[in-house]
Design a protein around this ligand. Structure first.
Ligand SMILES: N[C@@H](CCC(=O)N[C@@H](CS)C(=O)NCC(=O)O)C(=O)O
Length: 281
């Protein structure tokens, strides 16, 4: 296969429910249709003004699918792809058809404690969005901004005040309620070596998480998506965490059929399949 052909290969993940193993992601390689995206061309042109902020250079542009729209000023997203908060933003970009460049940062990639990064994001956390002189952190705020600035009236962030506020609350809910119960379960299994796992504690943590997820399960018994019949940012924010909840192995969980049905539906969306479904790490 030629290099040119190889550059047109995209990795896709198919997200499936497995009755014993919970949700599993099956990675596939398939030929991309369409043309090389504009972002890739602009990066390869190597103009200094298109370089990311600071001296840290770009790694992999991972929005290689045929995108529709590239803002006047390049979007750069800092953050490793296995971070749930980065995944939300990447999925949002896919929903909006936005081209961007992503730079690995955080955990094994470091960079977040370097002065240049801290000047952008004093929390030393990911993701951080850079667009020209504009810098923004907090993943939910980044998603809101992308919809407002580049979403051109997108239905995933409805304009009507009541509908918008209803979506917003779920973004807040992930921060206030989901993230605190997600973290100990996810870290206790996915980011802890098997020999070091405290499974009694992890199961206690999972029981607490199950109560939170029961709220979403009950709701989803009555509607297709989190805020009704239409897919919104609420589904991105909650769905990215739900993938972790239903994907962690080795814990007992109550059956949550409506949550499971909804997550399988999200699995059909390309942004979820590419960024959220892949194996957790
Ligand atoms: N509320 C913040 C949380 C940011 C956050 O905690 N990010 C994690 C990754 S999910 C992080 O930066 N961890 C440290 C690291 O990766 O080095 C957001 O939503 O952006």
């Amino acid at each position: 296969m030629t290099g040119a052909m190889q550059s047109r290969i995209a990795r896709h993940a198919e997200f499936r429910y497995h009755p014993e193993g919970g949700f599993v992601a099956r990675m596939e390689r398939s030929e991309m249709r369409g043309h090389r995206p504009r972002i890739a061309r602009s990066l390869s042109s190597g103009g200094a003004s298109r370089r990311p902020v600071g001296s840290i250079q770009a790694t992999t542009p991972d929005n290689t699918a045929g995108r529709r729209f590239m803002p006047d000023t390049k979007l750069t997203i800092w953050g490793r792809a296995n971070s749930v908060n980065v995944q939300k933003v990447l999925w949002c970009c896919t929903e909006l058809g936005l081209a961007y460049e992503r730079i690995d940062a955080g955990m094994q990639y470091g960079k977040t404690r370097e002065a240049e990064y801290l000047a952008m994001n004093p929390n030393a956390r990911i993701p951080t969005l850079v667009e020209g002189d504009f810098v923004l952190w907090e993943s939910n705020s980044i998603m809101r901004y992308l919809c407002l600035a580049h979403g051109r009236g997108t239905p995933i962030y409805p304009e009507a005040p009541k509908q918008r506020a209803s979506v917003e609350r779920w973004l807040d809910w992930t921060l206030s309620t989901v993230q605190p119960v997600d973290r100990p379960v996810f870290w206790g299994i996915v980011r802890t070596a098997p020999a070091e796992r405290d499974m009694i504690q992890v199961q206690r943590d999972a029981d607490a998480a199950a109560e939170v997820w029961a709220i979403a399960d009950r709701l989803l018994a009555t509607r297709r998506f989190i805020e009704g019949e239409a897919f919104t940012l609420a589904d991105i924010a909650v769905g990215s965490y739900a993938r972790r909840w239903l994907g962690v192995e080795g814990i007992s969980r109550p059956a949550q059929p409506h949550l499971t049905r909804w997550l399988a539906e999200l699995g059909k969306r390309p942004g979820f399949a590419q960024f959220v479904a892949p194996p957790m790490s």
